[in-house]
Design a protein around this ligand. Structure first.
Ligand code: SF4
Ligand code: SF4
Length: 81
């Protein structure tokens, strides 16, 4: 007797979408010149730049991770990590 088993494949594709990594916008303070461009282009007003005290801060609750600011930073200080 030929006792070959046969495989059952469960139909159904495995997930249909990529899970988004938990990225967060960060500013490389060694590159940042505190020009404020990112502040101006952020529609959510998520970024604050203090030119005097050289501080860059992000309100993570406001940031929608659109990436707009990244494209406007002329020194490439911004990135998602
Ligand atoms: S646009 Fe770039 S250099 Fe200018 S404040 Fe923002 S992060 Fe810093
Ligand atoms: S990623 Fe978009 S929402 Fe977040 S700080 Fe930059 S411009 Fe603002």
């Amino acid at each position: 007797m030929d006792g070959r088993g046969h495989h059952h494949f469960h139909g159904g594709p495995h997930g249909g979408h990529h899970e988004k990594p938990n990225e967060e916008l960060v500013c490389n303070l060694e590159k940042c010149v505190f020009c404020g461009s990112c502040v101006e282009v952020c529609k959510k007003e998520a970024i604050k730049v203090d030119k005097i005290n050289k501080k860059w801060t992000l309100d993570k609750n406001l940031c929608v991770k659109c990436g707009h600011c990244i494209g406007h930073c002329k020194v490439d200080a911004l990135e998602f990590v």
